[in-house]
Design a protein around this ligand. Structure first.
Ligand code: CMP
Length: 139
């Protein structure tokens, strides 16, 4: 089933010029980058985006990290895009990520873990809509 997921290449990755290498891994997995923009996330955008984690002890650190430098927001499209992207990202904590995954290769820690990907179809819709208009997505 063709679906879309939302991806963020996080500040720890853009700081190390890893956008191209991460995009290559995304494309090699058969996912199509159908929208992409490099932005500086505002405090408000990061707080909204991670609203579900507001009560977590790492929330402040998370928002601070996501606003610490440029990010690349993306829409990825393909067969089972949500599950496929989560598979190639690897586990949230890079210490537990499988060989060959983006986080195993590039993530520095559970906080600076290089990429984000939606965890469900409902969240993918919400997350895509926060950063993209439908007209900006070219499938
Ligand atoms: P992400 O997929 O962007 O969604 C929530 C993020 O919270 C997650 O990736 C991690 O970067 C971050 N996170 C999860 N657990 C911790 C933690 N213990 N300390 C700092 N950040 C965390």
């Amino acid at each position: 089933m063709t679906e879309r997921t939302f991806s963020i290449i996080k500040p720890d990755a853009t700081a190390r010029n890893l956008t191209g290498q991460i995009n290559a891994m995304i494309e090699e997995a058969g996912l199509r980058i159908v929208a992409q923009r490099r932005i500086r996330m505002t405090q408000e955008e990061a707080e909204d985006f991670y609203e579900v984690h507001r009560e977590r002890p790492f929330y402040g650190e998370l928002v601070e990290m996501m606003t610490s430098g440029p990010v690349v927001v993306q829409v990825l499209e393909g067969d089972n895009a949500i599950a496929k992207y989560r598979e190639i990202m690897g586990a949230t904590n890079p210490a537990q990520a499988a060989e060959g995954t983006i986080r195993k290769r590039f993530a520095k820690s559970v906080g600076e873990n290089s990429v984000h990907g939606s965890d469900s179809p409902d969240n993918a819709k919400i997350e895509i809509a926060q950063f993209f208009d439908e007209a900006d997505i070219v499938g």
